[in-house]
Write a protein that binds this ligand. Sequence first.
Ligand SMILES: Nc1ncnc2c1ncn2[C@@H]1O[C@H](COP(=O)(O)OP(=O)(O)O)[C@@H](O)[C@H]1O
Ligand SMILES: CC(=O)OP(=O)(O)O
Ligand SMILES: [Mg+2]
Length: 401
Amino acid sequence: MSPTRVLVLNSGSSSVKYQLLDMRDSSRLAMGLVERIGEETSRLRHTPLGTGGETREWSGPIADHEAALKAVSEELAKDGLGLDSPELAAIGHRVVHGGKSFTEPTVIDDAVLAEIERLIPVAPLHNPANLTGIRTARALRPDLPQVAVFDTAFHTTMPESAARYAIDVKTADEHRIRRYGFHGTSHAYVSRATAELLGKAPEEVNVIVLHLGNGASASAVRGGRCVDTSMGLTPLEGLVMGTRSGDMDPAVIFHLMRVGGMSTDEIDTLLNKKSGLIGLCGDNDMREIRRRVDEGDEEAQLAFDIYIHRLKKYIGAYYAVLGRVDAVAFTAGVGENASPVREAAVAGLEELGLAVDRELNAVRSDEPRLISPARTRVAVAVVPTDEELEIATQTYALVGR
Ligand SMILES: Nc1ncnc2c1ncn2[C@@H]1O[C@H](COP(=O)(O)OP(=O)(O)O)[C@@H](O)[C@H]1O
Ligand SMILES: CC(=O)OP(=O)(O)O
Ligand SMILES: [Mg+2]
């Protein structure tokens, strides 16, 4: 029998998330996470789901992504699910920036690796980690197909009017400056799952997807195709995020250089790692921010208000872009769990046919669900994302059988 398992690796800037799936029924055999890579207190959490075993946790220094992947491989081996297993059909990798070159999942060879490497300047937090993940996995199993699934792929359908910045065309073309968009695997999965929740085909519905994790982005999806998204050349544009500023006047950068005396790298770090929620109130975890808000903390309240104001502006903007909206879907860590964020983002939009039912909004569940009152014009939904399942499905479709 041909192998049916796919290992999915999602290498972030300081973490690796992974899942091992059996594609005969899309069941999860194991999943886990390595966090705080490069620190003294790295942590590995591994759950063998297939065998019903207990979650194992381990803490200690894990120097880099290569060491992290080796640790993951050892954990999998303890359950007889090691990377040497003949049942493994492929490894699927999340790759954040695919530029304009990659519109589909792609089997990785040296030329593909070189192109991902060439795109590092436009995804400095993400592509290097993705590359290390791929190189380490290739070294461990050189015989196995490795597939890249790109965050940018779903957004390549954006019309030029949405993808282009209004800057000098020659300069833009020379440096390939345009809006690429990210989190595409999630936007694709969630927009499809939202259509399913409404009992319709993806072609029939227009959806605004709000992917609110540590990184956050919104997209406008018309009949299953992305027509606009909030992230741009890099994952810095758009919504307020955990540590990233999102939209601002680009002249802030010149000002910081000329008047603040800051270097390019310092400003890069400021906007990508020390801004957003953490820059506004010292916390990037929405749970902590809500706890502080509930205690009357004004700094946390202002951070929350700025986050919501930006989110609401994007809902309005994408409403206008789409003309008709069938659903607004909240997803990722914040979108799936933070009911106050959902309530506040939609508050006051009744004239647009948008509302949240308090009781439905308070329900906790891993299932896709509606949170809007019956008979409102636009469905508001919580639709848990599953980037790993989507990556595994696309990987297996390419190399399976
Ligand atoms: N119960 C919760 N309530 C509010 N926010 C939550 C909850 N659980 C997770 N989050 C938020 O989700 C964020 C992480 O989302 P996630 O989608 O896992 O992000 P990423 O994939 O970008 O690391 C955390 O920073 C936290 O703010
Ligand atoms: C592209 C991006 O922002 O990804 P993440 O949310 O994983 O940081
Ligand atoms: Mg994420």
